[in-house]
Design a protein around this ligand. Sequence first.
Ligand code: 6PG
Length: 260
Amino acid sequence: MSNIEIKICADADAISREAATRFMDAARDATARNGKFSVALSGGSTPRKLFEKLALPEAQSRVDWNAVHLFWSDERAVPPDDKDSNFHTAHESLITHIPIPEANIHRIAGEQAQTSDADAEQAAAEYESEIRRVLQTPHDDMPRFDLILLGMGADGHTASLFPGTTALDETARGVVTVWVEKMNTRRVTFTFPLLNHAAHVMFLIGGADKSHTLREVLQPENGAATYPSQRVKPTNGKLTWLIDEAAASELNRDALSPIK
Ligand code: 6PG
């Protein structure tokens, strides 16, 4: 695929500024084109600074929140008011500060993944139905998000697509539940078919703890795709990597083309 951008930013704050600009541009363009902007937020700690920037007054004037539909690319098996909930992170740092209609907030029922596999499967299926309803996806197609935000763990996972888990092999569904043995927990996650159907996927990756894996993800010695994050390749969309200097510390900069 040709539409890849790799941008090395000074630090986590610079990542969030770059991401906020791209988020607002994508929202403007999608809203002008389709009357709405469908975006899936990433989990973990990295996006918090982005959410805080989008909550600032200057962002308010640049985003028509009435047209924005917020989703999440994965969720933990916790209730929405739990500090570990990806919804909770966005709710505290963004949602409570913006004039977005309640009906435009589409959270994953992570609490259902706590009780049983069947309940978790139901939560995943219901979430995919909600995505299809809001994005008005034809029955035989995969939903196409305007923008999906992702992070990456030091093990190369993204969303809740962890190495060695069954979710990596999903080819038909857009949202599944998955047991993550090493964390002894269930998750609900987007799958590669859904991720790779997006118009734009944007990774936000910061911290020295990611540097070795990021080198292997972006510059694999033998070209092998051994990490889940390497399998995110939108078939007809943009792929943006926003990484900070600490995470980029092992990259061969001369071999990255183009660094912008
Ligand atoms: C999750 C995330 C996960 C996250 C990475 C990076 O639910 O944990 O979706 O994929 O993006 O683990 O997390 P940090 O930003 O905290 O490093």
